[in-house]
Design a binder for this molecule. Structure first.
Ligand SMILES: C[S@@+](CC[C@H](N)C(=O)[O-])C[C@H]1O[C@@H](n2cnc3c(N)ncnc32)[C@H](O)[C@@H]1O
Length: 216
């Protein structure tokens, strides 16, 4: 075996061990998890991708409160979806408008045969909100209010106006969501959870910025 082949074999073994650790509820660091993705994506992690322990808890909350099909609105490369798929039996979809993130995410899904995750390349126009009973939002539209030097990249059009429109569309989708629907936010989503949802602060105590609502 060449040095290159043995290096990649041990990397694959380490990654499979990481998935086993996640599934077993053992501690997995963000640095270890983010190594699944290319450097340009890893370096955005602190600001843009959900930390492993937060994703785990969010997934647990959806499962505990009866959600079955969960949509990550603004999914990035699918970090939340992958962690939720490995730690629960939820069906996960993530919609993401950046093609390069979707491509990197799909490569991980295929390489490691991650079950029950679909990454949709598109915008809010490309999802049927009515098909879901769980919605995860890690403040996806705030980037549109940042100066361009702080954006993830310049491959998609961003503006405050677009962000406001997307927030309003999510509010409208949540307003017509079915009874029992769950919403989990991390750092909010820039809008207001519509009437009819109950906030359950006791479920997220100890995890700053994570919030759960269930529709009555
Ligand atoms: C803060 S990141 C969160 C990523 C992922 N949900 C996570 O928690 O790790 C927000 C993501 O939403 C995406 N996004 C923002 N607005 C979007 C829109 N209107 N349609 C699709 N994706 C969007 C961004 O490209 C970015 O990858």
């Amino acid at each position: 075996m060449t040095a290159r082949a043995s290096g990649s074999t041990s990397r694959n073994e380490a990654r499979r061990a990481l998935f086993a650790d996640l599934a077993a509820g053992r501690v997995v660091s963000d640095i270890a998890f983010d190594r699944l993705y290319p450097e340009r994506i890893r370096k955005l992690s602190d600001r843009y991708w959900t930390p492993v322990d937060v994703a785990r808890r969010a997934a647990e909350l959806f499962a505990k409160h009866g959600a079955r099909r969960v949509l990550d609105i603004g999914a990035g490369m699918g970090k939340f979806c992958v962690i939720a798929a490995i730690t629960t039996d939820l069906e996960l979809s993530g919609v993401e408008h950046r093609e390069n993130l979707v491509a990197a995410g799909r490569e991980v899904l295929a390489t490691y045969a991650i079950p029950r995750v679909t990454l949709i390349h598109g915008t809010l126009d490309d999802v049927d909100f009515d098909a879901y009973d769980g919605f995860y939002l890690f403040n996806p539209f705030e980037e549109g209010t940042f100066s361009p030097s702080e954006w993830v990249d310049r491959t998609v059009p961003l503006s405050e106006e677009r962000a406001a429109g997307d927030v309003a569309r999510v509010e409208a989708a949540l307003a017509r969501a079915r009874r029992g629907a769950c919403v989990v936010t991390f750092h909010g989503f820039g809008g207001t959870i519509p009437k009819g949802f109950t906030h359950l602060p006791e479920e997220t105590r100890g995890i700053p910025f994570l919030r759960l609502w269930v529709k009555d």
